[in-house]
Ligand binder design. Structure first.
Ligand code: GDP
Ligand code: IMO
Ligand code: MG
Length: 422
């Protein structure tokens, strides 16, 4: 068997959680391969809303196993809180949750260091989620990090103290004096609880599962334009969010990658700083934010909103090897009297390009085409008969990207969905 992938093609929050939850019954295993508690994946069913940060979005499906893979950075406090919230809601997340011994641990001082680094950057701050993501991936790459497997060793406490002292030195050198509650006691209690969960060698587990014919879906966090290498550097996250990240984050070979579901909104949003060519600063932008309820699932910050950006989408489709597109939130644009899409960028010298340039993206200006509006706000598009202008928009995207739009999500609920290509 091959492993399928679902990942974001924009700057995150494309609706990954919802779609993974919808697809999960078709899979034996759902596995997160990168990112950490910076992610916020929202699922809505039976009138209730759940937001997952670390636990994969297959957790609500009884017969689906869920793996937190090697490439994930794990905050034990967040994980245990998430487990406890799910238990309070009547679910049993411990039964089907497996955690890689190679996942990297986020220490309380990683969060503090994140805040210190952001403060020291002043106006050029990344706008990070302050979950410690940059500092913990830095430690992983510089070979100083602690991993989940370390919690089983006798000298874990002394390893912790050593890394903490190193962080405190860095924090001091940044002149950071804010009082952040490190919650160390609670952190160690959650480490204790973490050691009782099912800790596994992910690559062995996953490759065995594939060999025995099991179906696995890798769930991305963040989005392609936030990728550490391919994204709008330095305004990115610190992990590999693209399909390549599945190989390194779960330990599967490239030839074992199967279908790649690339998910995008009918428009674009971004939280935090960084270039965003099609960003809107007018009433249309405000209206998208309002109707689309565009507030961060992790930080609550308002998301910046703009029209769909084809050079960026084509770039993301290309580097991920997307085989199926999934479009979300077209319902949000119902009732808009004007909808636009950027097919090209104009460079400062006036030349037009149809690709996502590798540098100076902040200097390009979108060249818009009009899209025919598709419905009145009161119209319900959550049935199989999508309005003709919306179908035309979908066909335009398919033609530009050369990839079919296999699923159209028409609302936040699990059931609001149209499958066009099974
Ligand atoms: P993720 O990080 O990619 O999982 O996305 P988030 O959960 O952060 O943000 C997506 C938001 O859009 C959530 O509030 C979802 O409930 C909501 N959502 C997902 N799909 C749709 C859709 O098709 N229409 C509408 N209106 N909302 C959607
Ligand atoms: P999901 O999985 C949207 C953004 C932050 C910031 C930048 C770096 O829900 O789509 P970090 O804390 O990772 O160092 O922040 O990346 N960011 C996200 N934006 N959705 C996310 O995750 C994000 N995770 C990080 O806002 O701009
Ligand atoms: Mg999100």
């Amino acid at each position: 068997m091959k492993i399928d992938v679902l990942l974001g093609l924009q700057w995150g929050d494309e609706g990954k959680g919802k779609i993974v939850d919808v697809l999960a019954p078709q899979y034996d295993v759902v596995a997160r391969f990168q990112g950490g508690p910076n992610a916020g994946h929202t699922l809505i069913f039976d009138g209730k809303k759940y937001v997952l940060h670390l636990i994969p979005s297959g957790i609500f499906r009884e017969n689906t196993e869920n793996i937190i893979g090697n490439g994930v950075v794990l905050c034990p406090l967040t994980l245990l809180n998430e487990i406890s919230d799910l238990e309070k809601s009547g679910f049993n997340p411990r039964a089907n949750l497996f955690i890689s011994k190679k996942a990297t641990l986020i220490l309380p001082t990683h969060r503090m260091l994140d805040a210190a680094q952001e403060q020291s950057k002043g106006a050029s701050k990344i706008g990070s989620t302050l979950k410690g993501i940059g500092p913990v991936y830095t430690d992983a790459i510089s070979r100083n990090a602690l991993r989940v497997g370390d919690i089983l060793s006798d000298d874990f406490r002394s390893k912790y103290e050593k890394l903490k002292s190193y962080h405190l030195l860095q924090i001091k050198s940044l002149n950071f004096t804010d009082n952040i509650d490190l919650q160390e006691d609670t952190w160690f209690k959650s480490i204790e609880q973490l050691s009782k969960l099912k800790l596994i060698d992910t690559e062995r587990y996953i490759n065995k599962a594939l060999d025995s014919g099991k179906k696995i879906l890798a769930e991305g966090a963040q989005g392609t334009l936030l990728d550490i290498y391919a994204g709008t550097y330095p305004f990115v996250t610190s992990s590999v969010t693209t399909t390549a990240g599945v190989c390194i984050g779960l330990g599967v070979a490239p030839q074992k990658i199967g279908r790649v579901f690339g998910i995008f909104k009918a428009y674009v949003t971004r939280v935090g700083s960084g270039p965003f060519p099609t960003e809107l600063f007018d009433d249309y932008g405000n209206k998208i934010g309002e109707i689309g309820k565009e507030f961060g699932s992790t930080t609550g910050r308002p998301r910046r909103c703009g029209w769909l950006d084809m050079p960026a989408l084509k770039y993301a489709v290309n580097i991920n090897g997307v085989t199926d597109l999934i479009m979300t939130k077209a319902d949000v644009l119902c009732g808009f009297d004007s909808i636009k899409v950027a097919k090209f960028y104009a460079l400062p010298n006036g030349n037009e390009i149809d690709y996502f340039p590798s540098e100076a993206i902040e200097t390009v200006k979108p060249v818009y085409s009009n899209v025919q509006p598709w419905a009145n706000f009161s119209d319900d598009i959550s049935n199989d008969n999508l309005p003709k202008p919306l179908l035309d928009y979908i066909e335009f995207i398919e033609k530009e990207t050369n990839v079919p739009v296999s699923i159209v999500s028409t609302g936040a609920d699990r059931n609001q969905l149209i499958i066009r290509n099974s």
